[in-house]
Design a protein around this ligand. Sequence first.
Ligand code: MN
Length: 722
Amino acid sequence: MDSYLDEIKEKLLLSGMPYDVELIAAAYQLAFNAHEGQMRRSGDPYVSHPVAVALIIIDLGLDTDSIVAALLHDVVEDTPVPLTQIEKQFGPDVATLVDGVTKIGRIPFSSREEQQAENIRKMLLSMAKDIRVVLIKLADRLHNMRTIDSMPEKNQLVTSLETMEVFAPLAHRLGIRTIKDELEDLSLRHLDSVAYNEIEVALEHRKDEREALLENIKSRISERFKSLTLNVHIEGRVKSVYGIYRKTYMQNRAMDEIYDIYAVRIIVDTVNECYNILGVIHDLMRPIPGRFKDYISTPKPNMYQSLHTTVIGKEGIPFEVQIRTWEMHHTAEYGIAAHWKYKLGISGREQLDSRLDWVRQLLEIQREVNDSEDFIRSLKTDLAPDEVYVFTPKGDVISLPAHSTPIDFAYVIHSAVGHRMTGAKVDGKIQSLDYELKTGEIIEVITTSSITHGPSRDWLKIAKTGEARNKIRAWFKKERREENIVQGKSDIEKEFKRNGILIADAEHNEFVDSVAKRQHFNNTEEFLAAIGYGGILLSKIMPRVKDDYIKIAHPQTIQIPENITSRHTSGGIIVEGLENCLVKISRCCNPLPGDKIEGFVTRGYGVSIHKEDCPNVLQNKQNAEYEGRWVNVHWAENVGHSFKAGLRVVSSDRYGLLADLTSLLAGLHILIHAVNARELKSGLAEIYLTVNVVSISQLQSVISKFSKVQGVIEVSRSGDKR
Ligand code: MN
């Protein structure tokens, strides 16, 4: 009989769980045959690796399918056996697990940046819709780290760094302390071998002393418990090398200052017993004030629960005591995996289907207990379907909103990449530009070197991110003025037709001119161009255009009645006594909804609206020449239109300032009409922006957001539009 198989079978037996041993043996047989002739670098037959991974999975207490998948995890990638055969022989669940592990294996973990590592960890979790895939991958990595000495030195460093940055934190987040500690120690041994050896020597040096101490404490505690009829388990534990490393090297503390290098762990059956024992311990030995932590009532974010206290023993040496129940102990050691260990024994396989429910439940509980920790938030985002993580060919992770396309991807890389994009490869295959990106895919943008190439207008409909759409619009605005005008003309014609606006040719241009003026454009071409590149949405301005048209088609004289009886709105403004009159927001003071306003009846342009404190109002209100032409006006309740507002920003001049301001506006979906910046003598910069806002409160929020931008000294409204 095969010794590997014997080892597996023995472990299965010892676990005492109802495993399908025959199926596991069959998986071993398939792995054995498939990897026949392949060797590990260590000189062992290749199959030793999947066997070792399977043994770790059994230790974690996972189910039959996970063990089978662990045995087969490298078969699809490294041998001719296809996934379909695995599915046929072991069922779709196993096939999904193997496929998941294989896909994760193809992720190029090349970047070193912290953010990158975090993205990869998130991606691993979100990719693995089944958390067992991540657990098998962790076991795979653990065995590879255990055997890393046979790898070339350069690979050792890269793999260790990757393990430290991606896999150990992942194990930590899932609460699997056993794997996390071992991964960290194995990585540290290669990343900082000097420190590792130093700590190891120091620990070894005090080993006898420590063991004597722990023995002594254990016996004192046991002695005390003899009279109590409790089922108490006491063990000594030493902090992991990396744990000590973090406290000594990174927090700059001497080893003597670390209280929890040695700890005594007391495991009992119930929560009540935990607190009773705490009392006994404090009675027995003097506690150090401020060192007691109740992680039972307030669990750590990764589900850890225990009571911690630090006491001073007879010898005057402080040490930590951890008190917990068996269930808490298993959760502390195996984290999320403890779920299988418990549930499998009780009610069998059907429990596995609700595994994600369990995570959700856990999150619910955690939220109630401790909302402040980032675990909840991060695991929530991990499992949230609203983000995808994809790769550049170099292995950088790019995060995008769900349903993003290659166009969105290209514009995140760089505007120039987007503008010159002609196609995209996803995982090496050409895909259409509206292809929906999925987490884990590698995206390669195909570009042309021709500088005249640009985006297509259709991309505006395909792109999902505002960033991509803004950049596409900006390109059209800048590069295609003539084209934009033609496009704008055709768009406005279509929209006129749709709205039943029929104007004789002779009056047509004049009408469009007046519309452009109403939209505060200096000339009609600019207005048409803005429509063309999408800077102006016709659907937004059409209601007003229609109003104007009706007035032209059915002209009426503006008359001011003697008695004001009725109120009607026009363009978001109520003019007392006048029905459907043309209203024009004056450009001298750009009033906004919420501002106190005055109306002035012009000759031929309807009523112009000014701020109450506009110099034009102050100067002319009492002027006899204009008697009777000032009318009372108010803002309508719901102003559906947007308004131009001028802003003046004074800031210390710095690189990227303007970009920060404009991207802030883009984030708020606020359109910018004009930007004018100049350097002041004092080294400060003065920036005038004209923006489209819907209300005073929106403008105020822009002002307050601007004020928080780095370097900004003053933000104010400016009537003066430059
Ligand atoms: Mn492997």
